[in-house]
Write a new protein. Structure first.
Ligand code: SF4
Length: 312
Protein backbone atom coordinates (compact mmCIF):
# COMPACT_ATOMS: atom_id res chain seq x y z
CA UNK A 1 0.00 0.00 0.00
CA UNK A 2 1.08 3.52 -0.73
CA UNK A 3 0.38 5.58 2.37
CA UNK A 4 -0.72 9.15 1.73
CA UNK A 5 -0.88 11.71 4.51
CA UNK A 6 -3.27 14.18 3.01
CA UNK A 7 -4.94 17.25 4.41
CA UNK A 8 -8.64 17.24 5.17
CA UNK A 9 -10.40 17.16 1.83
CA UNK A 10 -12.70 20.02 1.04
CA UNK A 11 -16.16 18.92 -0.01
CA UNK A 12 -17.76 20.51 -3.06
CA UNK A 13 -19.43 23.82 -2.25
CA UNK A 14 -22.54 23.40 -0.19
CA UNK A 15 -22.22 19.62 0.00
CA UNK A 16 -20.94 19.31 3.54
CA UNK A 17 -20.74 21.35 6.69
CA UNK A 18 -17.07 21.22 7.56
CA UNK A 19 -17.75 18.68 10.27
CA UNK A 20 -15.51 15.99 8.83
CA UNK A 21 -13.01 14.38 11.19
CA UNK A 22 -9.51 15.75 11.34
CA UNK A 23 -6.30 13.72 11.14
CA UNK A 24 -7.62 11.24 8.63
CA UNK A 25 -4.98 9.18 6.86
CA UNK A 26 -5.58 7.89 3.34
CA UNK A 27 -3.90 4.67 2.32
CA UNK A 28 -3.70 3.99 -1.40
CA UNK A 29 -4.08 0.48 -2.67
CA UNK A 30 -4.79 -1.19 -6.01
CA UNK A 31 -7.67 -3.64 -5.94
CA UNK A 32 -7.29 -6.94 -7.77
CA UNK A 33 -11.07 -7.19 -8.03
CA UNK A 34 -13.74 -4.56 -7.39
CA UNK A 35 -17.10 -6.31 -7.81
CA UNK A 36 -17.62 -8.26 -4.64
CA UNK A 37 -19.98 -11.24 -4.43
CA UNK A 38 -22.05 -11.31 -1.25
CA UNK A 39 -21.91 -14.69 0.53
CA UNK A 40 -24.93 -16.88 -0.16
CA UNK A 41 -25.80 -17.04 3.54
CA UNK A 42 -26.13 -13.24 3.75
CA UNK A 43 -29.57 -11.74 4.36
CA UNK A 44 -28.73 -8.76 2.16
CA UNK A 45 -31.21 -8.12 -0.67
CA UNK A 46 -28.44 -7.90 -3.29
CA UNK A 47 -25.76 -10.28 -4.52
CA UNK A 48 -23.02 -7.89 -5.67
CA UNK A 49 -21.43 -4.83 -4.11
CA UNK A 50 -18.69 -2.32 -4.81
CA UNK A 51 -16.76 -0.44 -2.13
CA UNK A 52 -14.14 1.93 -3.49
CA UNK A 53 -13.07 2.81 0.05
CA UNK A 54 -12.55 0.77 3.18
CA UNK A 55 -13.17 2.39 6.51
CA UNK A 56 -15.39 5.45 6.81
CA UNK A 57 -14.64 8.81 8.35
CA UNK A 58 -18.35 9.37 8.97
CA UNK A 59 -17.42 7.42 12.10
CA UNK A 60 -20.88 6.28 13.17
CA UNK A 61 -20.60 4.65 16.58
CA UNK A 62 -22.95 1.82 15.61
CA UNK A 63 -21.50 1.10 12.13
CA UNK A 64 -21.89 -2.59 11.39
CA UNK A 65 -18.96 -2.48 8.92
CA UNK A 66 -16.36 -1.64 11.56
CA UNK A 67 -15.06 -5.20 11.96
CA UNK A 68 -14.12 -5.31 8.24
CA UNK A 69 -11.10 -3.17 9.13
CA UNK A 70 -9.67 -5.93 11.30
CA UNK A 71 -9.21 -8.05 8.15
CA UNK A 72 -6.66 -5.41 7.10
CA UNK A 73 -4.73 -5.63 10.36
CA UNK A 74 -6.30 -2.40 11.67
CA UNK A 75 -8.77 -1.90 14.49
CA UNK A 76 -12.54 -1.42 14.34
CA UNK A 77 -12.40 1.76 16.43
CA UNK A 78 -10.35 4.80 15.47
CA UNK A 79 -8.51 3.03 12.62
CA UNK A 80 -11.85 2.39 10.90
CA UNK A 81 -12.66 6.11 11.19
CA UNK A 82 -9.26 7.64 10.46
CA UNK A 83 -7.25 5.21 8.32
CA UNK A 84 -9.21 5.06 5.10
CA UNK A 85 -8.11 2.66 2.39
CA UNK A 86 -8.61 4.10 -1.11
CA UNK A 87 -8.77 1.68 -4.04
CA UNK A 88 -7.27 4.09 -6.50
CA UNK A 89 -7.82 1.83 -9.51
CA UNK A 90 -11.49 1.12 -8.66
CA UNK A 91 -12.88 2.73 -11.81
CA UNK A 92 -10.55 1.01 -14.27
CA UNK A 93 -11.13 -2.34 -12.50
CA UNK A 94 -14.88 -1.92 -12.72
CA UNK A 95 -14.79 -1.06 -16.42
CA UNK A 96 -12.71 -4.20 -17.05
CA UNK A 97 -14.97 -6.43 -14.95
CA UNK A 98 -18.13 -5.12 -16.61
CA UNK A 99 -16.57 -5.90 -20.01
CA UNK A 100 -15.70 -9.45 -18.97
CA UNK A 101 -18.01 -11.88 -20.81
CA UNK A 102 -18.39 -13.86 -17.56
CA UNK A 103 -20.12 -10.89 -15.90
CA UNK A 104 -23.90 -11.45 -15.97
CA UNK A 105 -25.04 -7.83 -15.61
CA UNK A 106 -26.58 -8.23 -12.12
CA UNK A 107 -27.57 -5.34 -9.92
CA UNK A 108 -24.67 -3.82 -7.94
CA UNK A 109 -25.14 -2.08 -4.58
CA UNK A 110 -22.89 0.73 -3.33
CA UNK A 111 -22.83 1.92 0.27
CA UNK A 112 -22.88 -1.47 1.93
CA UNK A 113 -19.57 -1.41 3.84
CA UNK A 114 -18.50 2.20 3.62
CA UNK A 115 -20.16 5.43 2.54
CA UNK A 116 -19.47 6.12 -1.17
CA UNK A 117 -19.83 9.86 -0.45
CA UNK A 118 -17.67 10.11 2.65
CA UNK A 119 -15.31 13.13 2.63
CA UNK A 120 -12.58 11.29 0.68
CA UNK A 121 -14.90 11.22 -2.34
CA UNK A 122 -14.64 15.02 -2.57
CA UNK A 123 -11.04 14.54 -3.76
CA UNK A 124 -10.80 11.06 -5.26
CA UNK A 125 -14.13 11.11 -7.14
CA UNK A 126 -14.10 7.34 -7.41
CA UNK A 127 -17.84 6.99 -6.87
CA UNK A 128 -18.46 9.38 -9.73
CA UNK A 129 -16.18 7.31 -11.97
CA UNK A 130 -17.92 4.11 -10.93
CA UNK A 131 -21.31 5.59 -11.81
CA UNK A 132 -20.01 6.61 -15.24
CA UNK A 133 -18.74 3.08 -15.84
CA UNK A 134 -22.04 1.53 -14.75
CA UNK A 135 -24.04 3.84 -17.01
CA UNK A 136 -21.74 3.11 -19.96
CA UNK A 137 -22.31 -0.62 -19.42
CA UNK A 138 -26.08 -0.21 -18.87
CA UNK A 139 -25.72 -2.00 -15.52
CA UNK A 140 -28.33 -1.50 -12.77
CA UNK A 141 -27.07 -0.17 -9.45
CA UNK A 142 -28.14 1.38 -6.18
CA UNK A 143 -26.54 3.84 -3.78
CA UNK A 144 -26.97 4.22 -0.04
CA UNK A 145 -25.38 7.23 1.62
CA UNK A 146 -25.54 9.61 4.54
CA UNK A 147 -24.11 12.50 2.56
CA UNK A 148 -25.68 15.30 0.53
CA UNK A 149 -22.47 15.12 -1.54
CA UNK A 150 -24.53 12.74 -3.71
CA UNK A 151 -26.09 15.89 -5.21
CA UNK A 152 -22.76 16.61 -6.91
CA UNK A 153 -23.52 13.69 -9.22
CA UNK A 154 -27.14 14.55 -9.91
CA UNK A 155 -26.36 15.01 -13.63
CA UNK A 156 -25.10 11.44 -13.97
CA UNK A 157 -27.75 9.97 -11.71
CA UNK A 158 -30.49 11.65 -13.75
CA UNK A 159 -29.05 9.99 -16.89
CA UNK A 160 -29.02 6.66 -15.09
CA UNK A 161 -32.59 7.16 -13.86
CA UNK A 162 -33.82 7.92 -17.38
CA UNK A 163 -32.34 4.58 -18.43
CA UNK A 164 -34.02 2.87 -15.45
CA UNK A 165 -30.65 1.92 -13.95
CA UNK A 166 -30.53 3.53 -10.52
CA UNK A 167 -32.24 3.69 -7.18
CA UNK A 168 -30.91 5.76 -4.24
CA UNK A 169 -31.52 5.79 -0.51
CA UNK A 170 -30.45 8.34 2.07
CA UNK A 171 -29.85 7.00 5.54
CA UNK A 172 -31.40 9.36 8.10
CA UNK A 173 -31.77 7.84 11.55
CA UNK A 174 -33.00 10.96 13.30
CA UNK A 175 -33.28 14.72 13.02
CA UNK A 176 -32.48 15.05 16.71
CA UNK A 177 -29.36 17.22 16.78
CA UNK A 178 -27.98 15.88 20.04
CA UNK A 179 -28.25 12.26 18.96
CA UNK A 180 -26.80 13.01 15.53
CA UNK A 181 -23.82 14.87 16.97
CA UNK A 182 -23.04 12.16 19.47
CA UNK A 183 -23.62 9.04 17.40
CA UNK A 184 -22.45 10.10 13.90
CA UNK A 185 -19.61 12.52 14.59
CA UNK A 186 -18.27 12.72 11.01
CA UNK A 187 -21.54 12.96 9.07
CA UNK A 188 -23.25 15.92 7.45
CA UNK A 189 -26.40 17.21 9.17
CA UNK A 190 -29.49 15.06 8.72
CA UNK A 191 -31.53 18.04 7.55
CA UNK A 192 -29.16 18.37 4.57
CA UNK A 193 -29.83 14.72 3.77
CA UNK A 194 -33.56 15.41 3.74
CA UNK A 195 -32.91 18.22 1.27
CA UNK A 196 -30.94 15.77 -0.88
CA UNK A 197 -33.93 13.38 -0.93
CA UNK A 198 -36.06 16.23 -2.24
CA UNK A 199 -33.51 17.32 -4.86
CA UNK A 200 -32.91 13.80 -6.17
CA UNK A 201 -36.60 13.00 -6.53
CA UNK A 202 -37.27 16.37 -8.13
CA UNK A 203 -34.58 15.48 -10.70
CA UNK A 204 -36.37 12.21 -11.49
CA UNK A 205 -33.98 10.02 -9.51
CA UNK A 206 -35.98 7.65 -7.30
CA UNK A 207 -34.76 8.14 -3.76
CA UNK A 208 -36.05 6.56 -0.58
CA UNK A 209 -35.05 6.83 3.05
CA UNK A 210 -33.83 4.33 5.58
CA UNK A 211 -34.59 5.60 9.05
CA UNK A 212 -31.63 3.71 10.36
CA UNK A 213 -30.55 2.74 12.77
CA UNK A 214 -33.14 3.66 15.34
CA UNK A 215 -31.45 3.60 18.76
CA UNK A 216 -33.68 2.29 21.58
CA UNK A 217 -34.26 4.87 24.28
CA UNK A 218 -32.27 7.46 22.31
CA UNK A 219 -34.01 8.11 18.98
CA UNK A 220 -37.16 5.99 19.14
CA UNK A 221 -39.68 8.26 20.86
CA UNK A 222 -42.93 8.82 18.91
CA UNK A 223 -42.02 12.50 18.56
CA UNK A 224 -38.55 11.76 17.15
CA UNK A 225 -39.85 9.17 14.71
CA UNK A 226 -42.69 11.44 13.60
CA UNK A 227 -40.31 14.34 13.02
CA UNK A 228 -37.96 12.43 10.73
CA UNK A 229 -40.63 10.47 8.88
CA UNK A 230 -42.82 13.51 8.19
CA UNK A 231 -39.83 15.46 6.88
CA UNK A 232 -38.93 12.60 4.51
CA UNK A 233 -42.50 12.22 3.26
CA UNK A 234 -42.62 15.93 2.61
CA UNK A 235 -39.34 15.68 0.68
CA UNK A 236 -40.98 13.13 -1.61
CA UNK A 237 -39.17 9.96 -0.49
CA UNK A 238 -40.34 7.09 -2.72
CA UNK A 239 -40.02 4.66 0.19
CA UNK A 240 -39.45 4.92 3.91
CA UNK A 241 -38.56 2.10 6.24
CA UNK A 242 -36.92 1.87 9.63
CA UNK A 243 -34.27 -0.49 10.94
CA UNK A 244 -33.72 -1.01 14.65
CA UNK A 245 -30.09 -1.00 15.78
CA UNK A 246 -28.28 -4.31 15.65
CA UNK A 247 -25.05 -4.96 17.48
CA UNK A 248 -22.88 -7.62 15.96
CA UNK A 249 -19.69 -8.82 17.59
CA UNK A 250 -16.93 -6.33 16.87
CA UNK A 251 -19.43 -3.45 16.74
CA UNK A 252 -20.69 -4.02 20.27
CA UNK A 253 -17.14 -3.49 21.56
CA UNK A 254 -17.11 0.02 20.08
CA UNK A 255 -20.74 0.95 20.68
CA UNK A 256 -21.15 -0.08 24.31
CA UNK A 257 -18.25 2.03 25.67
CA UNK A 258 -19.69 4.97 23.71
CA UNK A 259 -23.11 4.30 25.24
CA UNK A 260 -21.51 4.11 28.69
CA UNK A 261 -20.24 7.66 28.19
CA UNK A 262 -23.26 9.11 26.42
CA UNK A 263 -26.11 7.40 28.21
CA UNK A 264 -24.85 5.33 31.13
CA UNK A 265 -28.44 4.94 32.30
CA UNK A 266 -29.14 2.78 29.23
CA UNK A 267 -26.24 0.33 29.47
CA UNK A 268 -28.14 -2.28 31.44
CA UNK A 269 -31.21 -1.98 29.21
CA UNK A 270 -29.11 -2.53 26.08
CA UNK A 271 -27.57 -5.59 27.68
CA UNK A 272 -31.08 -7.00 28.07
CA UNK A 273 -32.29 -5.85 24.64
CA UNK A 274 -29.27 -7.34 22.87
CA UNK A 275 -28.46 -10.76 24.27
CA UNK A 276 -27.35 -11.42 20.68
CA UNK A 277 -26.79 -9.20 17.65
CA UNK A 278 -30.46 -8.41 17.11
CA UNK A 279 -33.24 -7.01 19.25
CA UNK A 280 -36.24 -9.31 19.56
CA UNK A 281 -38.49 -9.86 16.51
CA UNK A 282 -41.31 -8.23 18.52
CA UNK A 283 -39.30 -5.04 19.07
CA UNK A 284 -38.39 -4.88 15.38
CA UNK A 285 -41.99 -5.48 14.30
CA UNK A 286 -43.26 -2.76 16.68
CA UNK A 287 -40.88 -0.23 15.19
CA UNK A 288 -41.83 -1.20 11.64
CA UNK A 289 -45.56 -0.82 12.28
CA UNK A 290 -45.05 2.44 14.19
CA UNK A 291 -43.16 3.91 11.25
CA UNK A 292 -45.66 2.54 8.73
CA UNK A 293 -48.46 4.28 10.63
CA UNK A 294 -46.62 7.60 10.65
CA UNK A 295 -45.91 7.28 6.93
CA UNK A 296 -49.58 6.51 6.27
CA UNK A 297 -50.75 9.46 8.34
CA UNK A 298 -48.32 11.73 6.50
CA UNK A 299 -49.50 10.45 3.13
CA UNK A 300 -46.24 8.75 2.11
CA UNK A 301 -45.23 5.28 1.03
CA UNK A 302 -43.75 2.73 3.43
CA UNK A 303 -42.41 0.48 0.74
CA UNK A 304 -39.52 -1.86 1.56
CA UNK A 305 -36.22 -0.29 0.53
CA UNK A 306 -35.60 -2.78 -2.29
CA UNK A 307 -31.93 -3.43 -2.85
CA UNK A 308 -30.28 -0.74 -0.84
CA UNK A 309 -29.57 -1.59 2.77
CA UNK A 310 -27.17 -1.52 5.62
CA UNK A 311 -24.03 0.33 6.37
CA UNK A 312 -24.18 3.89 5.14
S1 SF4 B 1 -22.77 3.60 9.06
FE1 SF4 B 1 -22.30 4.16 6.95
S2 SF4 B 1 -21.80 6.32 7.05
FE2 SF4 B 1 -21.66 5.53 9.13
S3 SF4 B 1 -19.51 4.95 9.41
FE3 SF4 B 1 -20.60 3.13 8.69
S4 SF4 B 1 -20.36 3.15 6.47
FE4 SF4 B 1 -19.88 5.19 7.22
Amino acid sequence: MDEAQLPLFPEPDGMGDGRALRDVEYIHTRAKKIINRVPEASRMPFRYTINAYRGCSHACTYCFARPTHTYLGMDAGTDFERRIVVKVNAVERLAAELRDPRWGGDHIAMGTNTDPYQPAEGRYRLTRGLIEALIAAGNEFSILTKSPMIMRDIDLLADAARAGLVRCNLSIGTLDTGTWHASEPGTPPPQRRVEAVGRLNAAGIPCGVLVAPVLPGISDSPEQLTEVVEACVEAGAVSISAILLHLRPGVREVFMPWLGEYRPDLVQRYGELYPSSYASPGARARLASQVDEIVDRAGGRAVPPSRTREAA
